[in-house]
Write a protein that binds this ligand. Structure first.
Ligand SMILES: Cc1cc2nc3c(=O)[nH]c(=O)nc-3n(C[C@H](O)[C@H](O)[C@H](O)COP(=O)(O)O)c2cc1C
Length: 374
């Protein structure tokens, strides 16, 4: 069972895509990962189509054998801040690793993005590969540290985002009262990995807090996500696996006394869409031919627009997803999806025709969380 009025759509605007060869396509800017004009174009395209949010994955340790996008990409918070100025309604979601930064820094960055965008920011907080800790003076830590560290990180992040009550800053010029100090709540957190006094130096968000996601698949992931986040990003490698994980998440939410409707479960797919199945297959062959490896997995969502819409409807109505993240390998992947599939989803009442709210939370049908102290 799905638990929202409509399916949510995210556009994953990760440069040339998560593969080795799409940058070689004649219509893909070879420097797409560092090309701000390309990102602006993708962001505005998704906003015109009323996608709820943009989404960026992240990596912050690389080697020469990585995919081109890994080797040549913008830092997500900086990029999203630029896109905030070129868009008005669409959400701005970035991924960052809790193994590779400090919670105070990330809390400031994401809440700043939230203010700059007037309530459209969200963070996908991931644990990432432990190998990268050598870039962040944490080479002594390993895989076993990552989830305990992640948990502390999320508690601090949420605590810092609720440093101030909504009306903590009267900024009254007459009386000279800028801050009501009784409404400021430093967290004074002492953990094994992080120690943070607070307070943060930015007021509470218009959407309460930035939307928080986690990505993963393990039982620890399910447990932490249902305790701390507003939603998840699941691998989505098959319909059956996704239904199982989505149901496990829902059961855990209910067990913890949370409303499943206040939680967004999403997967990413890289649809290759045509007017006919044959046209979609020709597009797939065109990118496959770019090499360097002839093997490129056939996307789970490939074929005519009608076929893709049916598949999305099946996943949505089975409660496997609340949000579909549209990722592109083909340079027209998102555009094709918008032109061919979105109208069918709208016709069927599965996807909205316009933004209903000003904030990302509102558009995701998530309630504004009340202020709380941890
Ligand atoms: C759907 C999904 C998306 C992910 N995205 C990223 C990412 O953008 N950057 C990254 O470094 N790791 C990413 N990861 C890896 C996770 O951070 C994590 O290391 C991994 O999933 C281990 O957690 P698990 O054992 O609970 O699944 C992703 C994982 C999943 C399942």
């Amino acid at each position: 069972m799905n638990n929202r009025k409509t399916l949510k759509l995210a556009a994953v605007i990760d440069g040339p895509g998560w593969n080795f060869s799409s940058w070689r396509h004649p219509d893909m800017p070879a420097d797409a990962g560092e090309n701000i004009d390309f990102f602006i174009q993708q962001a505005q395209l998704a906003e015109q189509a009323k996608f709820e949010t943009l989404f960026l994955y992240d990596v912050s340790h690389v080697g020469p054998g990585n995919i081109p996008y890994y080797l040549s990409m913008f830092e997500g918070g900086t990029l999203m801040s630029a896109l905030a100025m070129k868009t008005e309604r669409i959400g701005l979601s970035l991924t960052a690793s809790t193994s590779y930064t400090d919670p105070y820094n990330l809390a400031r960055q994401v809440l700043s993005l939230d203010k700059i965008s007037k309530g459209r920011a969200s963070l996908n907080a991931i644990t990432s590969n432990p190998g990268g800790m050598v870039n962040f003076s944490r080479g002594h830590l390993g895989k076993a540290d990552q989830y305990p560290m992640h948990q502390e990180f999320l508690e601090i992040l949420l605590g810092l985002w609720d440093t101030y009550e909504d009306d903590a800053f009267p900024r009254d010029k007459q009386s000279g009262v800028f801050l009501n100090p009784r409404k400021m709540h430093p967290i004074n957190y002492r953990g094994k990995y992080f120690s943070v006094d607070g307070p943060l130096n930015i007021s509470r968000s218009v959407q309460g807090r930035p939307v928080l996601y986690m990505a993963g698949s393990s039982p620890t992931f399910v447990d932490l996500a249902t305790s701390y986040t507003d939603g998840v990003f699941m691998a989505g490698s098959s319909f059956e696996e996704t239904v199982l994980l989505a149901n496990a998440l829902t059961a855990k939410l209910v067990e913890k006394g949370r409303q499943p409707a206040d939680f967004v479960r999403s997967v990413a797919q890289n649809p290759i869409v045509g007017r006919t199945d044959a046209e979609a297959h020709a597009k797939y062959q065109a990118i496959r031919a770019l090499g360097p490896y002839s093997h490129r997995p056939v996307p789970l969502f490939m074929g005519s627009a009608e076929r893709i819409a049916n598949e999305i409807q099946k996943w949505y109505e089975a409660g496997a997803i609340d949000m579909l993240m549209v990722q592109q390998d083909h340079p027209y992947g998102i555009q094709d999806f918008i032109e061919l599939v979105v109208p069918i989803l709208q016709e069927r009442g599965i996807f909205h025709r316009d933004y209903e709210a000003q904030t990302l939370r509102g558009n995701l049908e998530l309630p504004k969380p009340a202020f709380r102290t941890i």
